[in-house]
Design a protein around this ligand. Structure first.
Ligand code: PLP
Length: 478
C-alpha cells in the first residue's frame, strides 16, 4: 500500500478539490464520484488518504456511500430542511426595550474564551488586514499633517468617488456629492432616524430585525411596527401597505439584500414596488445594504435606491463586513435629506476618522478589492453551507433554517417550546455563545429561534454545534 508522506492534511485538500468540482457541477447530485481505487491512482495518493477524504465528505453531507457501489453526490443538506415560515408579528406599534440583553450579547462577543456563534462579526481571516495596514501606513506618510485634521461632511472626496463608481453595480448613478461618509453603518442609520423622526413616532420594520437597529430605535424613543417578512424574499408589501394605511408611519427600515438575521434578498421588482408604495405616501425609506457586496450568486443585486425618483430613499452601507469593522467607515446616500444629514453629522461628531478614509479609498482603487470580494464571497457561501449541514445533522429533527443567498448568518427555528435564552445560558456553560431570538423583535416574537454566525466553520465549531444539538435534545426530553 502507498503511504503519503507529503502532508498529513492531504486528505483535506483532496476533499476540498472534490467539493469544488461538486459546486461547479462537474459531479452532479446522484452521480458517482471516482472509486477509492481510481482516485488513489489518479491523484497518486494512498487508499487510506482517499478513504479519509471520502469520510470527511460523507460527514459533511456532500456524498453518501452506497454499499457495494461507491460514493454518490447527495442533495445539499440545507435543501432538505424546511425554511421558517413568513413571520407574523404583533399588529400594533410598540416601544423597544432590549438594551440589557443586547449589552449582554455584546460583552460575550468580545470574550476570547468563548466559541463565537453570536455576534455577526466577519471572519478575521477574510479581512484584507495586511493590505489595509499597508494602506494606512501609506496614508500616514502621505498625509502626515492632513491625516490629523477633520474632514467635515460629506467626507473625503477620493472615497466618495470610489463609492459613487461602485454604486453603478447596484443600479445607482451617483455623483460623489450624493454620498456622505459616516462612522460606520450604525451611525448612518442613527443620523437618518434623527433627520426624519421625533420621539414617539412610528417606524415600520422587517420582522425579525437586526438588534443593532432595534437599539437605535430604542435610543430615539421610537415605536416600531413589525411587518411580516419572508425568509427568502423579505418584507411583505401587502402587510406594509395595510400598516401604512392604518398608522401614521414616519419611516420604514429594510435590509434589502441579505437581511440580518434572515439572509433574505428582496427581488428587484419587489424593491421597485416598495419604493413606489412609499413614494405615494411620501414616507422615507432607510435601506441598509451593509452586506450587499457579499452575494453568493452571479451578480451584485440592485438596491431599492436605484428606483428612487423622489429622493426619499436613504441608502446606508459600510466597509465593516468586507474590509474592517474597526476602522469605523460607513456611508449614506441621503437623497433629499442631504443638508439635514450633513448638519447632523457635523454637529454630533464633526468627522469620521480621517486616515481610515484615505486608506479605504486607496485600497478600493489600487489593491484588488474586487479580487478580495470574489474570494470572500466563495468562502462565506461555503461556510454557510457547511454550517447549515451541521445544524441539520446535529440538531433535533423538526428544525427549520434559512437559505441565505448572501452574507454569513443563519436563522434557525428550534422546535416549539425550546426557549433560546435558556439555551443561551446552557451554551455559555459549554463556552459557546449564540444570539437568542429574543433580541430580534421588540415584542418577543422569536423565543424559539437563534441566529448563528456562519462566518467561520472548523472542527471546534462543528463540535460546538453538536453540543448545542445535545443540549436542545436533553431540554426537550426533561
Ligand atoms: C445589518 C447590519 N447593519 C449594520 C451593522 C453595523 O455596521 P457598522 O459596524 O458599520 O456600524 C451590522 C453589524 O453587525 C449589521 O449586521
Amino acid at each position: 500500500m502507498k503511504t503519503d508522506i507529503k502532508s498529513p492534511m492531504l486528505y483535506r485538500s483532496l476533499a476540498e478539490n472534490l467539493i469544488a468540482l461538486i459546486e461547479k457541477g462537474t459531479y452532479r447530485v446522484g452521480e458517482r464520484i471516482p472509486s477509492v481505487r481510481q482516485m488513489s491512482k489518479q491523484q497518486s495518493v494512498s487508499i487510506s488518504t482517499v478513504l479519509q477524504a471520502y469520510l470527511l465528505l460523507e460527514n459533511q453531507g456532500w456524498v453518501e456511500a452506497h454499499p457495494q457501489s461507491g460514493y454518490y453526490v447527495r442533495a445539499k443538506l440545507s435543501e432538505q430542511a424546511p425554511e421558517p415560515e413568513i413571520s407574523s408579528p404583533a399588529k400594533d406599534p410598540s416601544q423597544v426595550s432590549l438594551h440589557e440583553l443586547a449589552m449582554m450579547l455584546m460583552r460575550d462577543s468580545t470574550n476570547p474564551g468563548l466559541v463565537q456563534l453570536g455576534a455577526a462579526l466577519p471572519n478575521p481571516n477574510y479581512l484584507p488586514i495586511e493590505k489595509i495596514n499597508q494602506a494606512l501606513a501609506k496614508a500616514a506618510r502621505r498625509h502626515a499633517v492632513d491625516g490629523h485634521k477633520y474632514i467635515i461632511p460629506p467626507g473625503l472626496e477620493e472615497l466618495r468617488i470610489q463609492i459613487a463608481k461602485r454604486a453603478a453595480l447596484s443600479g445607482c448613478q451617483f455623483s460623489p456629492n450624493d454620498v456622505m461618509i459616516t462612522s460606520g453603518g450604525l451611525e448612518a442609520i442613527d443620523l437618518c432616524l434623527h433627520a426624519v423622526c421625533r420621539p414617539g413616532d412610528i417606524v415600520a420594520i422587517e420582522s425579525p430585525m437586526y438588534f443593532g437597529t432595534l437599539q437605535t430605535l430604542e435610543v430615539h424613543g421610537l415605536r416600531v411596527l413589525e411587518i411580516p417578512t419572508h425568509p427568502r424574499d423579505g418584507i411583505n408589501l401587502e402587510a406594509l401597505s395595510f400598516a401604512i394605511q392604518h398608522n401614521p408611519v414616519r419611516a420604514v427600515i429594510v435590509i434589502s439584500n441579505f437581511n440580518n438575521p434572515l439572509g433574505s434578498q428582496m427581488p428587484d421588482d419587489k424593491k421597485k414596488e416598495l419604493v413606489e408604495l412609499l413614494a405615494r405616501h411620501e414616507i422615507p425609506l432607510i435601506e441598509n445594504d451593509v452586506c450587499g457586496e457579499l452575494y453568493f450568486g452571479e451578480k451584485r443585486p440592485l438596491v431599492c435606491k436605484s428606483f428612487d425618483k423622489k429622493g426619499l430613499v436613504m441608502l446606508v452601507s459600510a466597509f465593516s463586513k468586507d474590509i474592517s469593522p474597526g476602522l469605523r467607515i460607513g456611508w449614506v446616500a441621503p437623497g433629499r435629506f442631504k443638508t439635514e444629514l450633513e448638519w447632523l453629522k457635523f454637529t454630533i461628531s464633526a468627522s469620521p476618522p480621517t486616515l481610515p478614509q484615505y486608506a479605504i479609498a486607496d485600497f478600493i482603487e489600487s489593491s484588488g478589492y474586487d479580487h478580495h470580494l470574489r474570494r470572500i464571497r466563495r468562502e462565506y457561501a461555503r461556510n454557510v453551507e457547511l454550517m447549515s449541514s451541521a445544524v441539520i445533522r446535529y440538531f433535533p429533527s423538526g428544525v427549520r433554517l434559512t437559505r441565505p443567498s448572501g452574507g454569513f448568518v443563519l436563522w434557525v427555528q428550534l422546535p416549539e417550546g425550546v426557549d433560546s435564552l435558556e439555551l443561551y445560558k446552557k451554551a455559555l456553560e459549554e463556552k459557546i455563545t449564540l444570539a437568542p431570538g429574543h433580541v430580534f423583535s421588540a415584542t418577543n416574537q422569536y423565543a424559539n429561534f437563534i441566529r448563528l454566525n456562519a462566518a467561520e466553520f472548523n472542527y471546534v465549531i462543528e463540535r460546538s454545534l453538536e453540543k448545542l444539538g445535545n443540549i436542545i435534545v436533553r431540554g426537550n426530553q426533561s
